[in-house]
Design a protein around this ligand. Structure first.
Ligand SMILES: [Ca+2]
Length: 174
């Protein structure tokens, strides 16, 4: 049931990610600084504090394991042309052992078409400092219709793990 709530939630909230098209490289670039969400979406992941940009960011912890995230239909991103998806987010850990990851996945009718994740602890050198977390996922050829691209931050274990993130950027590379 939690998974269903999560899917409904990100389906709704993904509308608020900003999309732009880089005509020079013909790449789709999607960004979200979380501040643009304030007043538009109520989400337990969004908190006010010492964010990377503006005043707002997302948290993940044992009670809110999934951050605010992107869920974009294949109709709205260039799956036929794109060879890979690059995603980045600025993250902060308060305990280097906490298991928090940036995840990029392609899902069609409940089945994973592609999945990758990178642990914050592998990308951020120092606790209590912002660091850029980046990951890339190759897009398989001939992916099924009704595939969704999802990007989110995940507190991967049920043990208490607290981290924050801000300023998502997702691009489809042709
Ligand atoms: Ca922000």
């Amino acid at each position: 049931m939690k998974k269903i709530y999560f899917l409904l939630f990100i389906t709704f909230t993904c509308m608020f990610f900003s999309c732009s098209s880089d005509k020079k490289n013909d790449a789709l670039i999607i960004t979200n600084n979380i501040d643009q969400m304030v007043g538009w979406a109520q989400n337990p992941s969004i908190i006010k504090g010492e964010s990377h940009s503006g005043n707002y960011m997302c948290k993940v912890d044992a009670y809110t394991p999934y951050s605010f995230g992107l869920s974009l239909s294949s109709e709205d991103f260039p799956t036929k042309k794109a060879k890979s998806v690059k995603a980045s987010v600025w993250g902060k850990l308060f305990n280097q052992n906490d298991s928090i990851s940036l995840v990029v996945e392609l899902v069609s009718k409940g089945q994973f078409v592609g999945w990758t994740g990178i642990a914050f602890s592998n990308a951020i050198s120092n606790t209590n400092e912002w660091g850029k977390v980046e990951v890339s996922l190759d897009i398989p050829k001939n992916i099924p219709a009704e595939t969704f691209l999802r990007v989110y931050v995940w507190s991967t274990k049920k043990t208490p793990a607290y981290g924050v993130c801000d300023d998502f950027e997702i691009s489809c590379v042709e």
